[in-house]
Design a protein around this ligand. Structure first.
Ligand SMILES: *[C@@H]1O[C@H](CO)[C@@H](O)[C@H](O)[C@H]1NC(C)=O
Ligand SMILES: *[C@@H]1O[C@H](CO)[C@@H](O)[C@H](O)[C@H]1NC(C)=O
Ligand SMILES: *[C@@H]1O[C@H](CO)[C@@H](O)[C@H](O)[C@H]1NC(C)=O
Ligand SMILES: *[C@@H]1O[C@H](CO)[C@@H](O)[C@H](O)[C@H]1NC(C)=O
Ligand SMILES: *[C@@H]1O[C@H](CO)[C@@H](O)[C@H](O)[C@H]1NC(C)=O
Ligand SMILES: *[C@@H]1O[C@H](CO)[C@@H](O)[C@H](O)[C@H]1NC(C)=O
Ligand SMILES: *[C@@H]1O[C@H](CO)[C@@H](O)[C@H](O)[C@H]1NC(C)=O
Ligand SMILES: *[C@@H]1O[C@H](CO)[C@@H](O)[C@H](O)[C@H]1NC(C)=O
Ligand SMILES: *[C@@H]1O[C@H](CO)[C@@H](O)[C@H](O)[C@H]1NC(C)=O
Ligand SMILES: *[C@@H]1O[C@H](CO)[C@@H](O)[C@H](O)[C@H]1NC(C)=O
Length: 583
C-alpha cells in the first residue's frame, strides 16, 4: 500500500517532471524560433555602435570582421516593428526616423537610414530586337530596383596619394566587398585606379576596378568594372536612363546600376557601376560567357589632341595617309584578339575602306554590310541625335568602340560614356533639337556618316530608325514612369552624396596643359561658346527634381524631361512636315 502510494507519487513526480520539461522545451523552442538575424550596412565609414531596436528594446549588433560596413546580430522577431539606431557619441543616439515592418525571417542586408531594400521600377519596353551578334550572359550584376554598397579597404596613404595626384596613372591595391540585399562578395588584392580623362579634374573621382584573373574570381561574371562619379549631372540619371535606352534599342553595351561607395572609413557617395569593355566582357556580351570564345580585337576611340596642340587627330574614322597619325593616341586597343592580333592595322584598313568604298554601285550595300554591322551603327547614330549626345561620334568623334566580330569579320559599333546626353554638354541645345537630324552639329563632317548617307538604303534606314525609336521609346509617355521611379529610388542617396566632402581638390580646366590660354581658333566647330562656358563655370548645384524636370536656368544642363519633350515633339513635327504623315 505504502509502496503503491510511493510508486504513484514517484509516477506523479515523474509525470510532472516530464510535463515541466515539456513546457520548458516548448518555451525554448519558441524562443529559438523568435530569434532572427538582423543585418544592416552603415554608410558612415569607421566603426560604430549599432543596435536594432525591436519594438522598444535595443539589441546590439556586431561589426562583421570580413565586411566592416556590415553589422549583424540576433534579436527577437518584433511584435510590431523595428528600426536601427547608432551611437553618435556619449549618451547620444541617431535612430532611424521611420519604422521597419516586422519580419519573421532574417532580414536582407539592409542599409541604415534607407527605408527600403528592393523596389519595383517601371521598365522600358524593348523597341528593337537585339542586334544578332549579341549573346549576353544572364547576370545579377545590375539588379533593377536595388542599390548595392561597395567597400574599398586598403592603405589610406596610398589612396590619399592617388587622390592628391589625380592626373597621374597609378594602381593601388584594395580589398573590395560588395554587399547587396541578398548577397555578399569579397575580393582581395584588387587593382584600383582613377579612370577617365577630363573627369580627373573633378573633386569627386571615378575609378576602375580590376579583379585578379583566376578561377571563380568574378562578380556575377565580370572582373573589370567602373565606378562612375556622376559628376556634371545634377539629375544623376543621365547615364542610368541612357543605358536603359541603349538596351531597349537592342545594342551591345554595358548596363548600369547605382552603388554606394565607402573607402576605408570614408563615404565617397553615390556612383554608377558599369562594365569595363575588357576581359571577359566580350565573351560575356557576344558568347554567353564561353571561356573558350575566340574574341576579336576591340578598338576604343579617344578624342585626342596631337602633340603641339595645333593639329588635332580626331578619332572620327578619317583616313590618314600619314600612318603615324594613328599612333598619336586617338585610337586604343582596348582588348586583344585571342589569335594575337594587337595592332592598329585592321582599323587603318577600315578607315581606308570608308574613304574608298562604293556608294553608287548596285552592290554597295552588300559591300558595306560585309565590313560593318551597319544596323548597329545607324541605331547608335539615331540615338546620338535623339539623346543629344554632345560627346559621341557625331559631336566629337569620341566615346565609341569598334569590335571586329570574329564570327562575321565585320565591325560592331558600341556606344560608351553617356554622361553628356539629354542636352548636357557644350553643344547648343537648340541646334540639337530642330527635329531635322542633319542639323545636328558636325553631322556632315564625320566620314562614316557622310559616306553612308550617300547610299539611299542607309539614309532611309536612319530616318526610319529615328521615327521608330521616337514613336516606340524616345518620348515622355514611354520614359516618364521609368525616370520618376529611378529618381524616387535615388533621392535619399543623392542628398547623402551632395552632403559629403570630396576626395580631390579638383582642377580648373586651364591647369591641365600648364594653364595655357586656349585660342579661339582651337575651339572645335561643334562647341557653342555660351553653352560650354556654362558647362565649365556652373558653380551651383541644381536641386534633383529641377535637374530632372527643368527648367534649370542653365544652358549646359536642361531638364532631362524638358529635353526629351523638345526633341521627341520636334522630331515628330519635322517628319509630319516633310512626309505629311500623322503620328
Ligand atoms: C527622415 O529624415 C530624412 C532626412 O534625414 C527626411 O528627408 C525625411 O523626410 C524624414 N522622414 C520622416 C518620416 O520624418
Ligand atoms: C509595412 O506595412 C504596411 C502595412 O501593412 C504597408 O502598407 C507598407 O507598405 C509596409 N512597408 C514596407 C516597407 O514593406
Ligand atoms: C587584404 O586582405 C588581406 C587578408 O586579410 C590582407 O593580408 C591584405 O593586406 C589586404 N590588402 C589590402 C590592400 O588591404
Ligand atoms: C602605404 O602607402 C604608402 C604610400 O604609398 C607607403 O609609403 C607605405 O609603405 C604603405 N604602407 C604599407 C603598410 O604598405
Ligand atoms: C546578407 O549577407 C549575408 C552575409 O553576411 C549573406 O550570406 C546573405 O545572403 C545576405 N542576406 C540575405 C538575407 O540574403
Ligand atoms: C596642321 O595642318 C595644316 C593643314 O592640314 C598643315 O598645313 C600644317 O602644316 C599642320 N601643322 C602641323 C604642326 O602639323
Ligand atoms: C605624320 O604625323 C606625325 C604625327 O602627327 C607628325 O609628327 C609627322 O610630322 C607627320 N609626317 C608628315 C610627313 O606629315
Ligand atoms: C535639314 O537640314 C539640312 C542641313 O542641315 C538641310 O540641308 C535640309 O534642307 C533640311 N531639311 C529640311 C526638310 O528642312
Ligand atoms: C558663381 O558664379 C557666378 C557667375 O557665374 C558668380 O557671380 C558667383 O560669385 C559664383 N559663386 C561662387 C560661390 O563661386
Ligand atoms: C513644321 O512646319 C511648320 C509650318 O511650316 C513650321 O512652323 C514648323 O517650325 C515646322 N516644324 C519643324 C520641327 O520643322
Amino acid at each position: 500500500m505504502l509502496c503503491n502510494l510511493c510508486n504513484s507519487l514517484v509516477l506523479i513526480h515523474c509525470t510532472s517532471y516530464i510535463a515541466v520539461f515539456a513546457v520548458f522545451a516548448v518555451v525554448s523552442a519558441a524562443k529559438a524560433k523568435d530569434q532572427i538575424t538582423y543585418s544592416v550596412i552603415s554608410l558612415e565609414g569607421g566603426r560604430q555602435d549599432i543596435s536594432v531596436v525591436v519594438d522598444t528594446i535595443s539589441y546590439p549588433l556586431l561589426q562583421s570582421a570580413q565586411v566592416p560596413v556590415l553589422y549583424t546580430g540576433s534579436a527577437p522577431i518584433a511584435s510590431k516593428d523595428y528600426k536601427y539606431s547608432m551611437s553618435t557619441g556619449r549618451n547620444s543616439m541617431k535612430t532611424e526616423n521611420f519604422s521597419r515592418n516586422k519580419t519573421e525571417e532574417s532580414t536582407p542586408n539592409e542599409t541604415f537610414g534607407r527605408p527600403w531594400n528592393t523596389r519595383v521600377l517601371s521598365k522600358l519596353k524593348s523597341a528593337l530586337p537585339p542586334i544578332p551578334s549579341i549573346d549576353r550572359i544572364k547576370s545579377l550584376l545590375h539588379i533593377d530596383g536595388e542599390i548595392a554598397t561597395i567597400h574599398l579597404s586598403g592603405n589610406q596613404s596610398a589612396f590619399d596619394n592617388m587622390h592628391n595626384n589625380p592626373m597621374e596613372e597609378s594602381l593601388v591595391a584594395a580589398n573590395v566587398s560588395y554587399i547587396s540585399p541578398h548577397g555578399i562578395h569579397t575580393f582581395s588584392n584588387v587593382e584600383l585606379e582613377i579612370s577617365g580623362l577630363s573627369s580627373r579634374t573633378f573633386r569627386k573621382l571615378s575609378y576602375n576596378i580590376k579583379l585578379k584573373k583566376k578561377a571563380k574570381n568574378h562578380l556575377y561574371g565580370y572582373r573589370r568594372l567602373k565606378l562612375r562619379a556622376i559628376n556634371n549631372d545634377d539629375s544623376y540619371i543621365r547615364e542610368s536612363i541612357g543605358y536603359d535606352i541603349v538596351k531597349a534599342a537592342g545594342l551591345a553595351a554595358t548596363e548600369f546600376s547605382y552603388v554606394r561607395v565607402i573607402m576605408n572609413d570614408r563615404p565617397l557617395g553615390l556612383f554608377g557601376l558599369i562594365e569595363n569593355y575588357k576581359d571577359p566582357w566580350l565573351s560575356n556580351e557576344f558568347a554567353n560567357g564561353n571561356v573558350k570564345y575566340e574574341q576579336g580585337i576591340l578598338y576604343q576611340a579617344v578624342y585626342q589632341v596631337d602633340n603641339g596642340n595645333v593639329n588635332i587627330t580626331l578619332s572620327d574614322l578619317s583616313y590618314y595617309q600619314n600612318i603615324t597619325k594613328y599612333e598619336t593616341g586617338a585610337y586604343k586597343i582596348k582588348a586583344d584578339s585571342t589569335n594575337g592580333i594587337a595592332s592598329l592595322d585592321p582599323l587603318i584598313e577600315f578607315t581606308k575602306f570608308i574613304k574608298d568604298a562604293p556608294t553608287d554601285t548596285p552592290n554597295a550595300v552588300h559591300i558595306w554590310n560585309k565590313k560593318l554591322d551597319t544596323e548597329s551603327f545607324l541605331r547608335c547614330i539615331a540615338l546620338e541625335i535623339l539623346l543629344g549626345f554632345s560627346d559621341g561620334y557625331i559631336g566629337t568623334g569620341n566615346n565609341y568602340y569598334l569590335y571586329l566580330d570574329p564570327k562575321t569579320q565585320r565591325y560592331i559599333y558600341l556606344p560608351s560614356d553617356l554622361d553628356l546626353i539629354f542636352g548636357a554638354g557644350f553643344i547648343s541645345t537648340v541646334s540639337m533639337t530642330t527635329g531635322n537630324y542633319s542639323d545636328f552639329p558636325c553631322f556632315h563632317l564625320r566620314p562614316l556618316i557622310a559616306k553612308m548617307m550617300q547610299i539611299p538604303t542607309f539614309k532611309t534606314r536612319l530616318e526610319e530608325l529615328i521615327v521608330e525609336i521616337t514613336k516606340r521609346l524616345y518620348n515622355l509617355k514611354e520614359l516618364e514612369n521609368r525616370i520618376d521611379d529611378v529618381v524616387d529610388m535615388i533621392e535619399e542617396d543623392v542628398a547623402w552624396d551632395c552632403s559629403l566632402p570630396r576626395v580631390s581638390k579638383g582642377l580648373i580646366l586651364g591647369d591641365i596643359d600648364g594653364s595655357e590660354e586656349y585660342s579661339l581658333s582651337l575651339i572645335p566647330p561643334m562647341v557653342d561658346i555660351p553653352t560650354a562656358l556654362n558647362l565649365f563655370t556652373k558653380n551651383e548645384t541644381i536641386p534633383l527634381r529641377v535637374a530632372v524636370n527643368g527648367p534649370t536656368g542653365h544652358l549646359a544642363s536642361p531638364g532631362v524631361k524638358e529635353f526629351i519633350k523638345w526633341q521627341s515633339e520636334n522630331t515628330m513635327e519635322f517628319w509630319h512636315n516633310t512626309t505629311g504623315e500623322i503620328f
